[in-house]
Design a protein around this ligand. Structure first.
Ligand code: SF4
Ligand code: SF4
Ligand code: SF4
Length: 469
């Protein structure tokens, strides 16, 4: 029998997720995707409204949804495994696709078409800077609700004004972050090239709200800005969603590599991993008063007579982490430049994605440990409160229980994985002096590993005294 549909794929790859009946249904079926998105949309608005109605601390739902479930748990678990499924179910992107259809479809002006807006302002300044410097601010259900209401309205305005999902690409606090970190996952969206070679009209690209062409993802070794919305997969059967080796794209050459991806890896390992080790780890140890960020932070706090709701030690810890990461990378890549005889930026673009696992895979230790001591009961009790379920659960573990130490393995996996990728990427840069280039470029993962060991040593020998919490 002759098959009419041009791009009918009779035999899909064994590793193609769309090949499996159940997985194909869960990741591609329109109604299934609609179901996830309606659910997250409902939760988003419910938590915002709940936060506005119940602005005080007795509301545990609003903060549980955003700060225990969405960001630290769901996102940190899914990015290094399934990839960017956070964006797949994101309510902003979901509603945005409809708003864009009847919007003004303007081309975003140059100053907006800049992904650093999302990374530097929406993410690092609006979230991390606030979190460390004004630690109580986002603990408030009202402020949390207003924070998400603000980004919701901002996104709707952007989706209405500009074409190509400009909000996701340039303004969303986690758009470029998700794209960059999803390289550490074991999934990859691409197409059956035999079909695409003959394809006269790339329906997949025409259907993509993000103006991407998935048939080029393999060639470019980049799916930057892809949100796994699966619109392309709905118009053409030649789109596939594969299970590949973990982080496989990090071992291959990237056509036109993007500096923003490397900046995501560097900025977030500084602002999240190193700052947390300094400020939430070492600052709480028995050696707290010897830590430079505590000394300088307290000095500034007193010198300016700053009120208690400002935490200068947190702010200084973040600055010191940024200085440590960026000076390490600067010095080590100056050395790489000398050895490889290639430009500083070229070296950084080719080797820099070896730093991808550091924050996100290392972050699993925090996400999983806190699931047991904090998130689990917060999430269950929060949902119980919001939906009147009448359930109340205790934490699954207490801080400091010995078995929780198993999660401390993730920073070591992350550091060693980073070195492994780096070793392979040096080959893409130069044939000569491979070992020397590798040694010079490995300063950041080495320091990352050393700080992890140091923190464990300090916590074992100088455990937190009781009046700290
Ligand atoms: S980029 Fe941001 S707004 Fe867009 S889908 Fe992803 S999380 Fe949602
Ligand atoms: S995936 Fe795109 S380019 Fe490939 S056959 Fe389908 S429509 Fe054509
Ligand atoms: S390439 Fe496909 S899955 Fe990715 S954003 Fe475009 S339409 Fe969605």
């Amino acid at each position: 029998m002759h098959v009419e549909k041009v791009h009918f794929i009779a035999k899909r790859d064994r590793r193609d997720i769309f090949n499996f009946p159940l997985l194909g249904f869960l990741f591609k079926n329109r109604y299934m995707l609609m179901f996830y998105r309606l659910l997250t949309l409902f939760l988003l608005f419910y938590a915002i409204i709940y936060g506005l109605i119940k602005p005080n601390k007795e509301n545990i739902f609003t903060t549980a949804l955003f700060w225990s479930l969405f960001w630290p748990f769901f996102m940190v678990i899914t990015l290094p495994t399934l990839g960017n499924v956070f964006c797949m179910v994101c309510p902003h992107g979901f509603v945005g696709k409809y708003i864009t259809k009847f919007g003004l479809k303007l081309r975003p002006p140059r100053w907006i078409a800049n992904p650093y807006i999302g990374l530097i302002f929406s993410n690092i300044t609006a979230y991390w800077f606030v979190l460390y410097t004004f630690p109580n601010f986002l603990r408030s259900p009202l402020n949390t609700a207003l924070f998400f209401l603000f980004f919701t309205l901002l996104s709707f305005a952007f989706f209405f004004l500009f074409r190509g999902m400009a909000y996701c690409k340039y303004v969303c606090p986690i758009g470029s972050v998700n794209s960059a970190f999803s390289r550490t996952s074991f999934t990859w969206l691409s197409t059956y090239q035999e079909e695409c070679k003959e394809c006269k009209k790339p329906e997949c690209a025409l259907a993509c709200p993000y103006e991407l062409n998935p048939s080029k993802f393999d060639h470019k070794n980049s799916m930057f800005n892809c949100t796994l919305c699966m619109e392309c997969a709905h118009v053409c059967d030649a789109v596939k969603f594969e299970i590949r080796k973990w982080g496989s794209s990090l071992y291959k050459e990237i056509k036109n590599p993007k500096l923003i991806e490397v900046m995501v890896y560097l900025l977030l390992v500084a602002v999240i991993t190193f700052t947390m080790r300094f400020h939430h780890g070492l600052s709480r140890s028995g050696l707290s008063e010897y830590m430079p960020w505590v000394i300088l932070g307290k000095y500034i706090q007193n010198a300016f007579g700053l009120p208690k709701w400002v935490d200068m030690t947190g702010f200084v810890a973040m600055l010191m982490a940024l200085v440590l990461v960026f000076s390490t990378v600067y010095v080590s890549f100056k050395l790489v430049e000398k050895i490889s005889r290639k430009g500083f930026k070229e070296n950084l673009l080719i080797l820099g994605c070896a730093f991808a696992p550091l924050m996100i895979v290392g972050g699993l230790s925090h996400a999983l440990e806190f699931f047991f001591i904090d998130y689990y009961h917060h999430i269950v009790n929060g949902f119980s409160q919001a939906f009147g379920l009448g359930v109340s659960v205790e934490p699954l573990a207490r801080r400091g229980e010995a078995w929780l130490n198993v999660f401390k393995v993730f920073p070591f996996i992350a550091g060693l994985w980073s070195l492994h990728i780096l070793w392979h990427r040096v080959k893409l840069l130069t044939d000569k002096n491979r070992l020397l280039v590798f040694m010079a470029a490995s300063a950041l993962p080495i320091i990352y590993l050393l700080v992890s060991v140091f923190q464990i040593w300090v916590m074992m020998n100088f455990p937190p005294s009781h009046h700290h919490h």
